[in-house]
Design a protein around this ligand. Structure first.
Ligand SMILES: Cc1cc2nc3c(=O)[nH]c(=O)nc-3n(C[C@H](O)[C@H](O)[C@H](O)COP(=O)(O)OP(=O)(O)OC[C@H]3O[C@@H](n4cnc5c(N)ncnc54)[C@H](O)[C@@H]3O)c2cc1C
Length: 443
């Protein structure tokens, strides 16, 4: 084998939320040689970057990349690090609602889903991701007012419940105190000494090596090629889409873009009378029966992200229905092109924003909000959540093996077959835990 060709049983592309889980689980069998390729730097994010009082995705951020979009002035950020987006995200780690899995492939029963979540969150606290709820002291004044307002009107999840409810859901964080716990610390760290696992940072995969348009035999990076019995794409929905579109696969039929889902959100902004206390960006949310997640952010995002102009504190009315976004192939990274939000999402957001305006004018918020400073955004923004380009049960099997292409599996946000009513992080890791366990049993 020449120096610029490496071989492995499995090559995993991307050491992110899902990739770190898979690398640990697949390398448990000492005879299976696993290579994990990551475009981000070899130095792991330190305490400064993992501080949950910051989102390290701003100007000159060392562990993030940005994708252009067609929404004025908005870009999409993603982690570019050992740990991937788990190294830069908001640290909110909520399960989806049990009903959100109704249309998943049959082999994804609720018991298996609960077991995989429980590995991560300990069934409501602890687990590999060291999950704990935001405490009363950590809520901040806006979070306290939000919970007081809604608890008089709807249900409140007990902190002992493992599943979210329609009602108020105090956020659970993956953290040690105020430090984000990343997928790399939770999974990859314990596997680093294994002789059958090789982790290569600073290594961007450019395209897949494909034989006859139907069989993937490895990956090409700028420096070398890795040949493997199986390629597992864990580059995140955006990173994986770029690789799929850059490679000559018959199953994609020469597509110029992949269709994904996003969560669109209407920002209701206000000015504060007094500066907010520092803390986690999102301490508490409301889930409504018409599919909204109403997010009570602690403060102006400019407090969290370097280089962002101030735009006011915010409550965001996010439609957890699937709104469309096209991931269009670029030279290096996909570009996001949004259509209109779905009609269902647009109507729900508008109605939700009216309720939030009323809430911000209530007595609970009187000591916080400057009178007459409340305004609703004209155009909905989006969450950093694009998912579902290669849904399980449609374009892959229930363990992510791509239909019509041998030797290729996808395990990351791309294969979520539906959206859920909470953010995606816990669920993408849950998917990786379940698939990783199944593959390590059979491998
Ligand atoms: C700023 C931000 C805040 C967020 N906050 C929350 C939150 O609080 N709660 C929540 O539920 N969700 C949140 N999310 C979403 C959540 O973090 C992601 O959906 C989840 O981490 C995605 O996991 P993944 O494994 O699919 O991809 P990622 O974790 O993004 O991992 C992909 C990895 O692959 C690497 N990679 C990509 N392409 C290549 C290539 N060609 N070659 C080599 N390596 C490659 C990347 O560098 C990265 O390390 C947030 C996302 C962002 C960006």
């Amino acid at each position: 084998m020449s120096a610029d060709v490496m071989s492995a049983d499995v090559v995993i592309v991307g050491a992110g939320s899902a990739g770190c889980v898979l690398a640990e689980k697949l390398s448990r069998a000492p005879g299976r040689h696993v290579v994990l390729l990551e475009r981000g730097p070899g130095r792991w994010p330190g305490p400064e970057e993992r501080d949950l009082r910051r989102l390290p995705i701003g100007d000159h951020a060392p562990y993030a990349v940005r994708h252009t979009t067609d929404l004025d002035g908005l870009t999409a950020a993603r982690g570019c690090a050992i740990g991937g987006s788990s190294a830069v995200n908001g640290g909110y780690f909520l399960r989806w609602h049990p009903e959100d899995f109704a249309d998943w492939p049959d082999s994804w029963g609720l018991d298996a889903i609960d077991a995989a979540y429980s590995e991560l969150d300990g069934g409501g606290g602890g687990g590999t991701m060291s999950v704990s709820p935001v405490s009363d002291d950590e809520l901040g004044d806006a979070g306290r007012a939000f919970e007081r307002y809604w608890s008089a009107r709807t249900a409140v999840r007990s902190l002992r419940d493992r599943w979210p409810v329609v009602g108020v859901n105090r956020v659970l964080g993956n953290r040690s105190g105020m430090l984000r716990r990343t997928a790399a610390e939770a999974y990859l760290d314990q596997a680093l000494d294994r002789p059958n696992l090789r982790v290569v940072p600073d290594c961007e995969v450019r395209r897949l090596e494909v034989a006859g348009r139907r069989r993937v035999t490895g990956v090409h990076t700028e420096r070398f090629t890795v040949r493997a019995g199986e390629v597992v794409l864990a580059g995140g929905t955006l990173g994986t889409a770029q690789l799929l579109l850059a490679s000559d696969l018959e199953s994609l039929g020469g597509a110029a873009f992949l269709a994904a889902g996003e969560h669109r959100g209407l920002a209701v902004s206000y000015r504060r009378k007094e500066p907010a206390e520092p803390g986690m960006v999102l301490p508490t949310v409301l889930h409504t029966d018409d599919g909204l997640e109403i997010r009570c952010y602690r403060d102006d995002f400019a407090t969290y992200i370097d280089g962002l102009p101030r735009s006011g504190s915010m409550v965001e009315v996010t439609a957890m229905h699937r709104s469309p976004v096209r991931l269009v192939a670029g030279d290096e990274r996909v570009r996001l092109e949004f259509g209109e939000p779905s009609a269902e999402a647009a109507a729900a957001m508008r109605a939700g924003a009216d309720e939030v305006v009323e809430m911000l004018h209530s007595s609970e918020f009187a000591g916080i909000v400057v009178p007459d400073s409340v305004s609703v955004a004209a155009v909905p923004g989006f969450s950093q959540h694009a998912w579902g380009t290669m849904p399980m049960g449609v374009r892959t099997d229930a363990l992510g093996a791509v239909h019509g292409t041998e030797g290729l599996r996808i395990v990351d946000g791309s294969i979520l077959p539906t959206g859920g009513r909470s953010g995606p992080h816990a669920t993408i890791m849950m998917v990786a835990v379940h698939i990783g366990n199944r593959l390590s049993d059979t491998g």
